[in-house]
Write a protein that binds this ligand. Sequence first.
Ligand code: ADP
Length: 581
Amino acid sequence: MSASLPVAGPSRVWRAAGGEIRADRRVFGAVLLLNVLAAGAGLVAPWLLGRIVDTVKTSSGSSALSTVDFLAVVILGCTVVQIVLSRYALYLAARFGESASARIRERFLGRVLAMPASTVEHVPGGDLIARGTTDVNAVSGTLRGIVPDVLIASVQALFILGAVLVLDPLLGLCGLGCVAVVAVVLRWYLRRARTAYLAESAAFGALAEVLSTTVGGARTVEALGLQARRTEALEASIDVARRTRLRTLWLRTVLFPTVDISYTLPLVGVLLIGGALYSHGTVSLGTVIAAALYFRQLVGPVDTILMWVEQLQSSSASYARVEGVACAPRAGAFTSAEPADDRIEVVDVRYAYEHGSDVLHGVDLEVRPGERLALVGPSGAGKSTLGRLLAGIDRPRSGAVTVGGVPVAGLAPERLRRQVVLVTQEHHVFQDTVRGNLLIARPDATDPQLRDALAAVDADWVDELPAGLDTELGGAAHRLTGARAQQLALARVVLADPHTVILDEATALLDPTTARNTEHALAAVLQGRTVIAIAHRLQTAHDADRVVVMDAGRISESGTHDDLVRNGGAYAALWRSWHGD
Ligand code: ADP
């Protein structure tokens, strides 16, 4: 069952954005100041052009000519100042955006790493990947490029409106009318856009999930003939994604044409009202021209704001998804208590997967140090679940799983791996050197210790690698076969040196070729440790010190192989049928 990750509410997103500004408040303040100065310089040109018109109209001769020349030079100077200030503001804003996006990326990674392994496993992988890539990229791109642009445009628009209002209040009202129309449409748009963009992101996340699970399980799909079912699921996801995209497209088709019309309105207004006022002699021709020029100038910043508001909206949806990761459950606080001994105890443990009912119903079990225990039972009995609780991956819903009296799941990873390690098929090879791959298990291990661990699991092939322990593994670098990757994982167990190993045979020995190659290595790893084997081969149960039979989330029988066969219960029946007598 997969639980979806939460999405942060608007207030949390605002708080996060505010936090980014506070984190870099000096640079942000400088950006604002430079923008104000640049916008101020930008206001000079239209006003002086108006003055030039009035000068030409009212006076003539060489004095008029020199005034016009002087004003033209001032216009040129102000334009240069505006360009220089804007460029520097943009540079600082981009720097602010770069550091903010680096912080967001690091925080995202930190939060995902802080999640309990069980949460990461249970959330849809596609969703988490989409949040960590597409969404983080969208937020970073916006902070780097769009937020600075919008900031500059907003300051310019405010200054231009202010300038026209000072020039002539009546003409200024025309501009305000234009802005009001844009604002009303924008409000209509924004009210619908957040939900629409969230739905769009979620739909594309779901599509990525369907795609990645289909590709990841391609062999299974082919083997079980599930192509038609997967295609159906894919088409359904594409359909949902298409519908959500069409919805956001529709919102844009209303927004943009309305905005285009509202641009022309103030210009028409200025020409009509300005013309009437001029003919009555209330305003000068220069003032009308300056106002008209200001409105032409207003189009630029308003256009920028509108062009990006949509992007801002979709980025804020992305931001909400990125921040949502912070609302996911975190790994509980780790205990500092030291286990008194190596004894593992399970007391009245109940466990339920998220949104599910209990799959373990009061399990009690005590494992003696050095004991070899085999867990057997039908599929779905709860063996793997118990294995995960014993390995500290999940916490019981009630009851306790302890090692030396300390809850296993409460031990920090570096302390836990000295106690209990779960061995499965998931022997991940990290994109790092052989040494790096091994040091994960014991960061302070020396090279001779690493070599001993490799020798213990028969991994002598490491010496033949091009750079020995320094050979890069994974990705495009050196690829390991399944058997070698498992040996590497087993060498990590040797290095971690836990007193107890939980062995999930179902997955640890899935591949017969790998199994043959690593059986000896596995035996070496288990030597001298407590072993709790989730046994899928009855031979394992036969060889164990004790067999625990699980059925429907409970322990139904427990004893040595011989005792259980003598008692004639479920295990005896299983053993007889396996033996064929
Ligand atoms: P076994 O290892 O004995 O086959 P499991 O521990 O895998 O049994 O499963 C016990 C029960 O828990 C089953 O009913 C199974 O469907 C359920 N279960 C196992 N894994 C999950 C999971 N990730 N989410 C929800 N239910 C699960």
